[in-house]
Design a protein around this ligand. Structure first.
Ligand code: ATP
Length: 300
């Protein structure tokens, strides 16, 4: 019987999650893989954000009891700043995003937004304040307009158009005879990786969150598309507190603070030039990526 109820429970949870307008996180966190671990405290108030400061304060965390992933991790993202997380694969970068969304709670330490412990506020209010632009955006089998307005039932046609313009989706829309009413997804128009990502950016713009979590695509976009997307993201993150998870260092070289992670710890922190001067892990990663890019250019 348990075997029957567990999938039903999961379906119920997925449904509630979708109802809360959270489906845009599915790509990043693989919804079905994410256990239901965290519940709102009874009577929890909503998060109130005046200054979107994000603080990780001595956070310990492991997915399994006998394997700790984050070790006394502390960092701050000041209001309006862009803070990058870089480091080798498996260092714990995406885990930080999952904790900020409260898919899991730390085993020790605290995560604060504008001084409020995120365990003490409702998850719906927490997630309403954070926009995600995931690595690989998944679209619904519906119209382009629906995909942009998703989670904002009250959006007007003007607001949708403005978000599309700011995310550089409008040139695409204008080429389509049915414009925003064009069906996209499996049964409709197939969009490229870059176009899908722009739709995700437009959706985030419409949500207008004070905090952004950017998860850089590992899948290669061609370099011109990548430059376009980066320029768009730069505009979008300008007035927001942004946490950017990056694989290619060139995309975050101008971040206000770069936190270099290794095996669940922040091992270096500073601006690009601070870190190059320090001649440690960041400088090593930077030089390696530079020589790889030079090799690629030489081969072309
Ligand atoms: P990448 O650059 O490859 O995306 P990352 O720095 O984002 O890596 P995380 O995804 O945060 O790394 O993973 C950190 C560690 O946690 C890894 O060792 C990974 O195997 C482990 N891990 C991630 N998700 C889970 C999970 N759901 N259950 C158990 N372990 C997990």
């Amino acid at each position: 019987l348990t075997q029957l109820f567990r999938p039903l429970d999961m379906l119920g949870w997925v449904y509630r999650t979708i109802r809360q307008g959270l489906i845009d996180m599915a790509d990043m966190f693989r919804l079905m893989d994410t256990p239901v671990e965290v519940e709102d405290r009874p009577g929890a108030p909503a998060l109130v954000v005046r200054r979107p400061v994000v603080t990780f304060d001595n956070v310990d965390f492991g997915y399994e009891e006998d394997r700790q992933i984050l070790h006394k991790l502390s960092f701050e993202a000041p209001a309006g700043a862009t803070v990058a997380l870089v480091g080798p694969s498996g260092a714990g970068k995406s885990t930080i995003g999952r904790l900020l969304f409260r898919f899991y709670d730390p085993s020790a330490g605290r995560i604060l937004i504008d001084g409020q412990d995120i365990r003490e506020v409702t998850q719906a209010s927490l997630r309403a304040h954070i926009g995600i632009v995931p690595q690989d955006s998944v679209l619904f089998n519906d119209t382009l307009g629906y995909n942009i307005a998703y989670g904002r039932d009250d959006a007007t046609a003007e607001q949708i158009e403005r978000a599309a313009r700011d995310a550089a989706v409008l040139p695409l829309v204008e080429l389509l005879p049915q414009g925003f009413d064009t069906e996209v997804g499996e049964r409709g128009l197939k969009l490229s990786g870059g176009e899908k990502q722009r739709v995700a950016i437009a959706r985030t713009l419409l949500k207008d969150p004070p905090i952004l979590l950017l998860d850089e695509a590992t899948s290669a976009l061609d370099s011109r598309t990548e430059q376009d997307i980066l320029a768009t993201l730069k505009r979008v993150s300008a007035d927001r507190t942004t946490i950017a998870i990056a694989h290619r260092l060139s995309t975050i070289a101008d971040a206000d603070i770069i936190n270099v992670m290794d095996a669940g710890r922040i091992v270096e922190s500073g601006s690009h030039f601070d870190l190059l001067r320090r001649d440690g892990l960041y400088a090593e990663m930077w030089n390696r990526q530079l020589s790889e890019e030079t090799e690629v250019l030489a081969a072309e």
